[in-house]
Write a protein that binds this ligand. Structure first.
Ligand SMILES: C[S@@+](CC[C@H](N)C(=O)[O-])C[C@H]1O[C@@H](n2cnc3c(N)ncnc32)[C@H](O)[C@@H]1O
Length: 301
């Protein structure tokens, strides 16, 4: 039995993993997670987007991680989404036990049964809410990874979340974060969508700009050897194949958040649709040289 299992914290009854997303929040016609700031949809279309985005990011970063890890035996991915990153890490490190944690159970891999289950035996999904604490004992993992949680963590909870990532990391182990901020210079149409999205997130306590400051929060939390760098990922035709991939990801993501933006009256449906159509057209030209700034930060406990 993997060591971390012996130390799992007891959950209360209504925190049972199979019930975590039992009460969906319907907003703008799509199922979203109830009770947390994060409001991207949790349907098949969004799961496909997350997988697609994972492959695009792996291409952009030329790999799965940046921290100087060697042979980790236990790896945790917090907010794992479909689990694609964690599953690939389990394949890269077949001797490691890899845990993907998310508030939502990945719909296909976890529920379709073993016939189409492509998960390696050293990968495991654990349900949990990072804002309520990670269900693992102190010093459990050699490598803790969290990617694209910026829209899930209210500004005043970032310090707590980093402290939780640190708590479950063993001394000498590494924590890596990959976050982004609002995309820039994509033309007035997509800039409008980005601004509505930021306003929507702000109404849920989320500050999109925090994605750029995780390395500072790591230092304040006492991590050492902290390094960070920004990767300006192009969006749209001007960025060649990567630009087209990422524009497609962002356009699908915009559709996902659009229902929430209009349901909260930050834009009318007509205004949103007009901006959306124009943004699709703009990404197909080389007129704007927009980017999505991604911040990679890692530090050692
Ligand atoms: C943008 S997705 C990123 C998924 C994955 N890290 C990736 O890069 O493909 C954010 C993920 O965080 C999860 N999430 C949101 N709030 C959470 C919370 N409070 N606790 C755990 N997971 C959460 C969502 O369900 C979603 O799967």
């Amino acid at each position: 039995m993997p060591r971390w299992k012996l130390f799992r914290r007891r959950r209360s009854q209504d925190d049972d993993s199979s019930n975590l997303n039992a009460l969906p929040n319907m907003l703008g016609g799509r199922r979203r997670t109830k009770g947390v700031p994060y409001q991207m949809p949790i349907d098949d279309e969004e799961m496909n987007r997350l997988d697609f985005q994972h492959y695009a990011l792996r291409f952009a970063f030329r790999g799965l991680y940046a921290a100087p890890i060697e042979q980790p035996v236990s790896i945790l991915d917090v907010g794992t989404g479909t689990g694609r990153w964690a599953i690939e890490m389990a394949n890269v490190f077949p001797r490691a036990h890899v845990v993907g944690l998310d508030i939502n159970v990945p719909p296909i891999d976890e529920r379709a049964g073993s016939r189409i289950d492509i998960r390696p035996p050293n990968y495991e999904f654990v349900a949990g809410n990072v804002l309520e604490g990670l269900p693992f004992a102190d010093s459990t993992f050699d490598f803790v990874h969290a990617r694209l949680l910026v829209s899930a963590i209210p500004a005043e909870r970032w310090f707590y979340v980093i402290a939780e990532l640190k708590r479950v990391t063993r001394r000498g182990g590494w924590i890596e974060s990959v976050e982004t901020i609002s995309p820039q210079n994509n033309g007035p149409a997509f800039d409008k969508i980005a601004s509505w999205t930021s306003q929507f997130l702000a109404s849920r306590g989320v500050d999109f700009s925090y994605g750029a400051h995780v390395s500072e929060m790591m230092r304040v939390n006492g991590l050492t050897r902290v390094r960070s760098h920004m990767v300006p990922i192009p969006l749209g035709e001007w960025g060649g194949r990567l630009g087209r991939l990422m524009a497609s990801d962002y356009i699908t993501g915009a559709k996902g958040i659009g229902g929430a933006v209009t349901a909260r009256n930050l834009a009318s449906v007509d205004e949103f649709n007009l901006a959306y159509e124009q943004a699709v057209a703009d990404f197909g030209t080389t007129r704007y040289h927009g980017i999505a700034p991604f911040y990679v930060a890692f530090g050692q406990k």
